[in-house]
Design a protein around this ligand. Structure first.
Ligand code: HEM
Length: 541
């Protein structure tokens, strides 16, 4: 202390330092308290509300045959974001466009994970884009898959293998499909179109991926594709194999489904591996790619930056298994719904045929360039996707970190179900959503497609896990439908009632129905056999 009346002395430098330290310590303490308060607040934030479940089973028994409809009911009671427990797993269900956008778009990466389900690890040799966990390597793999798919299907312009390639493949497969349907309809018979639709769509993907197609009567190829139904039943939201692991311990139907799933994934992966092995032998780095398989080999194993991505080896096979698998089952199911709705609405069918005759004429086949001039057909396809919502729930997502959504705390690794059906059947967005009405997408004169409204149909999901085949699928669907309507008359079986009732899986499939098909007068023929795009071989390798 200074003496009274003496000169005021500066505080000792030591003291100055101590005060500074004390202030710093207080500040740090304050920041720490704030951080703790926030953390505790986040921890205290409650999880989403939801129905009470049973011990061990959780809410498994409440899901019903069509879980997306149960979720719509639960959303009315608990709100658009609600929680469930399925066996050992906590699940959050997202409903309605706003909540789904807030999660998948605004919080992108936080909702872009996949659950660590045992079944997911079996897909595509454990190197799947669709079922892979959200990592840096997964992002690189998805980028390659997306860019290659685009280059071989919908991209136009220099450097991209022609957009016409897809058109040629579809036109050729559509002709084979029509031949098959017409042959099976001879003598007044009605035939189940599903197996032919499956092979036709699989052949388009097989030609794009490997430059090869199979005959409709190839028993091995048909058997390989036929097992796809069981794939969808296992990975669909609400499937029990992953949430009730104790069911693997003793013989029961769930364990059998899981073992079938193991076998069918192995078979599909082996089929693709054999094809890739064949192409590796003749692959020339830097040469123009013959098909998607070559392009992926180039990008993952040879091109600039290939080493850094860490995708050499099994990732080529994994990616191609995904593209081949995801690409054919979904589009053939979509086409089965298209045909069913065409049969149910004969007046609309005739209008669409008149449009095609006016725009395309009878001297050539419809092409992708006719799309813009056929708004009624586009509207019909969008309404088919909306009304059937045949992928009602996306592949299950998972949170990649703790996240706060709409005030609810959702811990890392929570399983997330995204209810696309709830968006497409929302009464606030769609007038009479339960009515099939393609005109909702057209102006009063039925001449212009309302593209904004069409974009609101949610079938390809949103955000970082959005389907990478959306453009290809829409173009393929347009071309198959346009060629079928342009070339054929289709007739429903009067002995059957056509319903929207369906079999549940990742994709909802229509109940089996039959159809009679005959050619319309004097149409042109699409390329087939030796006229197919270069490099497409027939028959098994
Ligand atoms: C009408 C036909 C199709 C529909 C309705 C459809 C729908 C979907 C849906 C709902 C998802 C899940 C998205 C999510 O989990 O949030 C998905 C993922 C995927 N789809 Fe499609 N899809 C179709 C056609 C295709 C085609 C033709 C291909 C490829 C050739 C394809 C490749 C994929 C892939 C690779 C994924 C995984 C994306 C990821 O996890 O990042 N899809 N699709």
């Amino acid at each position: 202390m200074g003496e009274p009346g003496g000169p005021v002395r500066e505080p000792a430098p030591l003291l100055q330092g101590a005060v500074r330290l004390l202030l710093l310590a207080c500040l740090a303490g304050l920041l720490l308290c704030l951080w703790w308060a926030r953390r505790r607040g986040a921890r205290r934030a409650k999880g989403p509300p939801g129905p009470a479940g049973w011990p061990l089973l959780g809410n498994v028994l409440q899901l019903g045959r069509l879980p997306h409809l149960t979720f719509c009911e639960l959303a009315r009671r608990y709100g658009d974001v609600f929680g469930l427990r399925l066996g050992v797993r906590a699940v959050v269900v997202l409903n309605g466009e706003a909540a789904i956008r807030r999660a998948l778009v605004q919080r992108g990466g936080l909702f872009a994970g996949r659950p660590d389900f045992p079944s997911f690890r079996l897909v595509s040799g454990g190197r799947s884009v669709a079922f892979g966990r959200y990592t840096e390597r997964w992002r690189a793999q998805r980028r390659v898959a997306q860019a290659t798919l685009r280059a071989f299907s919908t991209a136009a312009g220099a450097g991209a293998p022609s957009k016409r390639l897809l058109e040629q493949h579809v036109a050729a497969e559509a002709q084979e499909l029509i031949d098959g349907l017409v042959a099976r309809s001879r003598g007044g018979a009605f035939a189940d179109p599903a197996p032919l639709l499956t092979v036709a769509n699989a052949n388009v993907m097989c030609a794009l991926c490997f430059g090869q197609r199979y005959g409709h009567d190839d028993a091995e190829f048909r058997a390989l594709l036929g097992r796809n139904d069981r794939f969808g039943q296992t990975v669909a939201a609400g499937s029990l194999v992953d949430v009730l692991p104790w069911l693997q311990a003793f013989p029961n139907p769930v364990r059998r489904v899981f073992r079938d799933f193991q076998a069918l994934n192995r078979e599909l992966h082996d089929f693709v591996r054999a094809k890739v092995a064949q192409h590796r032998r003749t692959f020339l780095p830097g040469a123009s790619p013959r098909h998607i398989s070559d392009a992926i080999l180039e990008r993952m194993e040879h091109g600039p930056g290939a080493q850094q991505q860490g995708l050499a080896g099994d990732y080529v096979e994994g990616t191609l298994t995904d593209l081949f698998g995801a690409g054919q089952d979904t589009t053939s199911t979509a086409l089965a719904w298209v045909l069913l709705l065409l049969l149910k609405h004969p007046a609309l069918r005739r209008q669409l045929q008149q449009d095609l005759d006016r725009v395309v004429g009878r001297a050539r086949l419809p092409t992708a360039d006719d799309r813009a001039a056929l708004p009624r057909l586009e509207a019909f396809l969008y309404e088919t996707l909306r009304y059937s919502s045949f992928v009602p729930l996306t592949i299950p997502h998972a949170t990649t970190a703790d996240v706060l959504l709409d005030g609810f705390h959702i811990p890392k690794d929570t399983v997330v179900f995204v209810n696309q059906w709830s968006v497409n059947h929302d009464r606030l967005r769609w007038k009479d959503p339960h009515v099939f009405d393609p005109a909702r997408f057209l102006d009063a004169r039925q001449e212009t497609l309302d593209r904004d409204l069409a974009c609101r149909v949610l079938v390809f999901s949103l955000g970082q896990r959005r389907c990478i085949g959306d453009q290809l699928a829409k173009l393929q669907l347009f071309l198959f439908t346009a060629i079928l309507l342009h070339q054929c008359e289709v007739e429903a079986n009067p002995a059957e009632q056509l319903t929207m009732d369906c079999e549940h899986g990742l994709a909802l499939k229509p109940r089996p129905y039959t159809v009679a098909v005959r050619r319309r007068g004097g149409p042109p023929q699409a390329p087939r056999g030796e006229e197919r795009p270069a490099g497409v071989a027939g028959g098994p390798s």
